[in-house]
Design a protein around this ligand. Structure first.
Ligand code: ATP
Ligand code: MG
Length: 273
């Protein structure tokens, strides 16, 4: 088997509306610009957002793969030539869709081979502690938890980390503090979360970076264009560039250990037993 070189990253938050989807899209765009082919997957089953941010209306989505036998190649949308592809999720499904065991098996079988062309797989998840979120988070090689300085975002972020730890034994989390007004706010927010994890769960979390509160983000949303493309010099875009650089270096360091790992692992719980 060809050694794996794809790093899968799930993008999570306890509280909704903290900036996951915007972050996933713009970080993805940075990777592509830095010559790292990337697949962005909307894993917010039923309440997809990425297609709206991109201003596209795809006719197939992830549910066609999970439910209806479509292949990854039929569903993936090319966002930019040369390595920025996107797998949409369904929008506004009437029933609540959760990733079950059968879908998980289909996902692993059908998508795993499609991943090998990419350096990164970014999975944009819905907020909260749903079975789908837990599943995707546990299958990915890296988890990025987004919080904002709001106390409710911090407590919900902590709750998410706690559940992933107790259910799956996961202890490695990368934290991004979004919408910060100042460096001191960034520091305070991160150290509160990390201190709570250390005190009550017995491990610390890692600081991946912060993104400033920036009106340009909303402007990019209105124009349905990635911020990095519309305003690469804006404060939030600069912060996301810095995080992308760090993540690239992390992947380089991780390449030896990624080699023998599948892009998406069967649930970690099995490893624990
Ligand atoms: N750094 C930032 N500065 C200012 N506004 C931001 C920033 N990041 C995100 N936002 C705004 O926050 C809102 C929510 O963003 P987004 O949809 O990415 O959040 P989400 O976490 O994906 O939400 P959901 O949980 O509903 O999926 C958007 O209106 C966006 O413009
Ligand atoms: Mg979202």
């Amino acid at each position: 088997m060809k050694p794996n070189t794809t790093l899968s990253v799930s993008i999570l938050s306890g509280k909704g509306g903290v900036g996951k989807t915007n972050f996933a899209l713009n970080l993805g765009y940075c990777m592509f610009k830095g010559n790292h082919p990337l697949l962005l997957m909307d894993c917010d089953l039923g309440l997809a957002n990425l297609d709206v941010l991109l201003g596209i209306a795809p006719d197939k989505n992830l549910m066609d793969i999970l439910d209806a036998g479509a292949e990854a190649g039929d569903v993936a949308v090319q966002l930019e030539k040369g390595g920025f592809d996107f797998i949409p999720a369904a929008t506004g499904l009437p029933e609540l869709v959760e990733l079950d065991e059968e879908m998980r098996a289909t996902l692993l079988n059908k998508l795993s081979s499609a991943f090998s062309a990419y350096d990164f797989l970014f999975m944009d998840l819905g907020a909260g502690i749903t079975p789908t979120v837990m599943n995707f988070a546990a299958m990915s090689q890296m988890r990025v938890v987004i919080v904002t300085p709001e106390p409710t975002s911090l407590t919900d972020g902590y709750a998410l980390i706690k559940v992933l730890n107790t259910e799956y034994g996961i202890t490695d989390f990368q934290v991004v503090v979004n919408m910060v007004e100042s460096k001191s706010e960034e520091k305070q927010t991160f150290s509160r979360l990390s201190a709570a994890c250390e005190k009550f769960l017995g491990f610390g979390v890692s600081f991946l970076g912060s993104v400033r509160q920036d009106k340009t983000v909303a402007e990019a949303v209105r124009r349905q264009t990635p911020l990095m493309k519309m305003a690469p010099q804006s404060p939030a875009a600069q912060d996301i560039f810095a995080i992308a650089r760090k993540l690239k270096a992390m992947r380089d360091d991780m390449l030896p250990e990624l080699q023998d790992k599948p892009v998406l692992a069967p649930l970690l719980r099995e490893d624990l037993d």
